[in-house]
Ligand binder design. Structure first.
Ligand SMILES: *Cc1c(COP(=O)(O)O)cnc(C)c1O
Length: 391
């Protein structure tokens, strides 16, 4: 019998969480009280005002038919209005906004839509694994830009070798960043836009965490705030993390009209767009993006962040307090490789953390904790960790 497994699947980087996953399942099966800081999926429900809008939308039979693949005109206008209010960015909703079935769907399809086999795609490392996987699916070659703590997790664009710069067609960026929690200042985006012009490449900026800022004085900026950026960049937004809507599957892409048209051409052959009712609920969400329920969620993440950061420091673990995202990225205690440390934390305390190496070799020596665990359970996890003799 053939295995029915394409070679391109074997070209994907290995999935390094298998062993941790196996041990986690074994701990749960053994009846252990596992506390999971692993998955980046909000534990809080979607705010009621969005759920109510959805309930009404789902009863409207007009919504039961195929949606417009690139999103309804109303949804695209609401997304453009949101970007104008939030970032001061003016967009033409007909050419510069398209709906996505979650931003991951868009990230997965962008290389298919914009690069040719054999071309080079610049991806951050450590980074969200989708950038590299999507590059490989498109037959292109990923080039990993190392992110270092000393550079506050921004890539050194000047260090990219000239031949790589010439061959590169796409540059993936992601700020606020998963897994490091780092934010990029406006000056970095200006530098990136200049780099893209110089090398004639397209920037794909993943802004899934732009609204998950934990300090209201430091709301992240959009790359499209840089003058001329829409000539060299697209930016992907997501309803998932902002509104606790990961299960709903809705995002949108903004920026370069030609790149978005190419993306729409791929999508029209693969999917038929997001459910109309979800788009209508999302219009309400975007209109009320400062609703008290949304602000309250950020406040909850901020409290959890402070507990996690303080508790890690008490354990003697070096950590920067993130200004955005719901991730804390910290250094493993001396002498521990990240897989080994995650395994020991699970073994000794029934606590799940993600080893940094899972985000690429450049993440070795670090681990990630998602702030998706309630405060009392977070304190319980650290009470257990404090009882362990680590070194
Ligand atoms: C969660 C996440 C996304 C995906 O969001 P969806 O809109 O739910 O597909 C994209 N990028 C990063 C870095 C993420 O962590």
């Amino acid at each position: 019998m053939p295995a029915w497994r394409a070679q391109r699947l074997d070209a994907l980087p290995p999935y390094l969480f298998v062993e941790i996953d196996r041990r986690k399942k074994a701990a749960i099966a053994a009846g252990k009280d596992v506390i999971n800081f692993g998955i980046g999926d909000p534990d809080l429900p979607t705010p009621g005002f969005i759920v109510e809008r959805m309930a009404a939308a789902i009863r409207d039979a007009a919504n039961h038919q195929y949606p417009a693949g690139i999103g309804s005109p109303d949804f695209r206008r609401a997304a453009a209005d949101f970007c104008r209010r939030r970032f001061g960015v003016a967009l033409d909703p007909e050419r510069e906004v398209i709906a996505l079935i979650g931003s991951k769907e868009g990230l997965g399809h962008v290389p298919l839509a914009t690069v040719n086999p054999g071309e080079v795609v610049l991806v951050p490392s450590p980074g969200y694994p989708v950038y590299e996987a999507a590059t490989i699916f498109a037959g292109a070659t990923p080039y990993r830009m190392l992110l270092r703590e000393a550079d506050v997790w921004l890539p050194r664009l000047d260090d990219i070798p000239a031949d790589v710069g010439r061959a590169a067609k796409l540059l993936f960026l992601n700020y606020p960043n998963n897994p490091t929690g780092a934010c990029a200042p406006r000056a970095f985006y200006e530098r990136a836009v200049a780099f893209a012009r110089q090398h004639e490449l397209l920037i794909v900026h993943d802004a899934a965490y732009s609204e998950l800022f934990l300090d209201p004085a430091h709301a992240p900026v959009s790359i499209l705030e840089v003058p001329g950026a829409a000539e060299v960049a697209i930016e992907l937004h997501s309803l998932s993390k902002t509104f606790n809507m990961t299960g709903w599957r809705l995002g949108f892409a903004i920026g370069h009209a030609g790149a978005l048209a190419s993306l729409a051409a791929v999508k029209s052959n693969v999917d038929s767009g997001p459910f109309n009712a979800i788009q209508q609920a999302a219009i309400e969400a975007l209109r009320q993006s400062s609703h008290r329920d949304v602000v309250a969620c950020r406040e909850i993440y901020r409290q959890r962040r402070d507990i996690v950061v303080d508790s890690l420091r008490k354990l003697g673990i070096a950590v920067q307090s993130p200004q955005a995202t719901f991730y804390v990225w910290a250094r493993c205690p001396d002498g521990y490789a990240s897989l080994e440390f995650a395994a020991r934390v699970l073994e000794e305390a029934a606590v799940v953390i993600i080893p940094g190496v899972g985000f690429g070799q450049a993440g070795e020596g670090y681990f990630r904790m998602a702030l998706t665990v309630p405060a009392d359970r977070t304190r319980e996890a650290f009470a257990r960790l404090e009882r362990v003799r680590w070194w």
